[in-house]
Design a protein around this ligand. Structure first.
Ligand SMILES: Nc1ncnc2c1ncn2[C@@H]1O[C@H](COP(=O)(O)OP(=O)(O)OP(=O)(O)O)[C@@H](O)[C@H]1O
Length: 268
């Protein structure tokens, strides 16, 4: 296992994985992950299909808990606290560590209520109009929707819907925003807008993004983890972290041959 946490350690670590193994039933899907996620940076996970990028991402906000056959060994910490500790409430975890999914999934409610609904459920008692505006501004959507807040979120374009989902996530004032291929369903212009937004968001949030798009990783990420798969007995494919380093190094001077091959488009 090769990973480079030295550079990532130069800034504060928010999330830490130590020897993390993830199982679905008896199947060891992801093996031996050591990884530090630095604060207020964008970290990208890249790698071939099935190497466990989304699986690991979902471990950071306990979203895998919803899968009955999921099991994790090793340690995942958030601010030095064991995220899988007995006293940890997964709902609180998901409030601090939000998730934006591949397909924009606004609620079938107005643009305003897409923000207000989650905030209310989470006990927000402040000025709702202010929160809605702040969140939509934070997601670079305010100017496009400020005159139609009562309209359905589903009536927006795909790119706007995804920014609405980002607004909905940041309205809960998380510290970390996880993004699982957030642009894969978007056209190039919407993609660019979301990428610009990611740049802005890292001022206030720590971002971890799974992407199949290597240009996207090189454009948005400060650090990149390259995940790979090995075939094990029984034909199963096991994911592992092959290399983790500043994005520039991963793309221009990778230390592992597999990384070199992947980033130059020779496999995957
Ligand atoms: N709910 C599940 N139940 C059983 N196996 C699963 C489940 N989710 C993922 N897996 C398996 O775990 C492995 C890792 O999958 P995962 O989706 O995390 O990979 P990925 O790198 O994100 O892939 P992709 O790039 O195709 O989205 C795969 O072998 C997959 O089949």
């Amino acid at each position: 296992m090769v990973y480079d946490n030295k550079t990532a350690n130069q800034t504060e670590t928010v999330l830490q994985a130590e020897n993390v193994n993830v199982y679905y039933g008896d199947f060891l899907a992801v093996k031996g992950i050591y990884l530090n996620i630095p604060k207020n940076k964008v970290t990208a996970f890249i790698g071939p299909s099935g190497c466990g990028k989304s699986t690991l991402l979902r471990c950071y906000n306990r979203l895998n808990d919803l899968i009955p056959i999921f099991r994790l060994s090793g340690l995942v910490t958030y601010r030095n606290q064991n995220l899988y500790g007995k006293d940890i409430d997964p709902v609180q975890v998901r409030r601090k560590i939000g998730m934006v999914f591949q397909r924009p999934n606004p609620f079938p409610k107005s643009i305003y209520d897409n923000i207000a609904f989650g905030a209310k459920i989470n006990g927000y008692k402040g000025n709702m109009d202010e929160l809605v505006e702040k969140s939509l501004r934070g997601a670079a959507l305010w100017d496009e929707v400020k005159d139609k807040l009562k309209q359905s979120g589903l009536a927006l374009s795909g790119g706007q819907q995804q920014r609405l989902c980002i607004a909905r996530t940041i309205a809960l004032q998380p510290e970390v925003v996880l993004m699982d291929e957030p642009c894969s369903a978007l056209d190039p212009i919407s993609t660019l807008k979301v990428e610009e937004l990611i740049h802005e968001l890292k001022e206030n949030y720590t971002i971890v993004i799974v992407t199949h798009n290597m240009q996207q990783a090189s454009r948005v990420a400060d650090y990149t983890g390259f995940f790979n798969v090995t075939e094990v007995e029984g034909g199963n494919r096991q994911g592992y972290l092959a290399e983790y380093a500043p994005t520039e190094q991963i793309f221009q001077n990778p230390q592992e041959e597999a990384t070199q091959q992947y980033v130059s488009g020779r496999f995957g």
